[in-house]
Design a protein. Structure first.
Length: 178
């Protein structure tokens, strides 16, 4: 099971002709059902909440913005180069490091952050004035510093596969006809 993949997933879904031709219609259907089950279990394991999840449990999903990003990035597709099924999140573009992999396995990441100033805006007008001052160059932007962050593992891939294993034999039962 790979985490943080970057491939042309649209062309490699199990209902595409190229995939069906590569693995056969019965196998493609079985892989789609089994992978879809594992993907659904991964998504459902990410419960909604505002606080971070406990170490070792799946990460939390957040309702802000366009919804839970990690849940939306989960895919089930065929990898032509390795001739195998890939279930997991798509790699984020533009994000520092490999966020989905770090979320799953834990590890260290170095990020650049702005040094905070002690003076905070007390009103919306003060915040706007500060923003305008930064844009005009009248106020100097605080220098950015690098910071190493250690993220604990909040694994969600292996537990989902383990939970789905008893149900994975069902789709394969009728794929081979005598």
């Amino acid at each position: 099971m790979q985490v943080g993949i970057k491939l042309d997933k649209q062309r490699m879904f199990f209902d595409r002709k190229a995939v069906i031709d590569a693995v056969g219609p019965a196998t493609a259907k079985s892989l789609a059902l089994g992978g879809g089950l594992v993907r659904k279990i991964m998504q459902q394991s990410m419960r909604y909440g505002k606080k971070p999840s406990a170490v070792g449990t799946p990460p939390r999903a957040h309702r802000e913005g366009r919804g839970p990003l990690l849940r939306r990035l989960l895919f089930n597709s065929w990898d032509r180069s390795t001739k195998s099924q890939v279930i997991g999140p798509e790699k984020l573009t533009g994000a520092p490091g490999d966020a989905p992999r770090l979320q799953n396995e834990g590890g260290k990441i170095t990020v650049r952050v702005a040094r905070t100033t002690s003076k905070k805006a007390k009103s919306r007008a003060q915040a706007e004035a500060y923003r305008r001052g930064l844009q005009s160059g009248r106020i100097a932007r605080p220098p950015r510093v690098t910071k190493t962050i250690t993220l604990p593992a909040r694994t969600y891939t292996v537990p989902a596969l383990e939970k789905a294993k008893p149900k994975l034999t069902g789709p394969w039962a009728d794929s081979v006809k005598p």
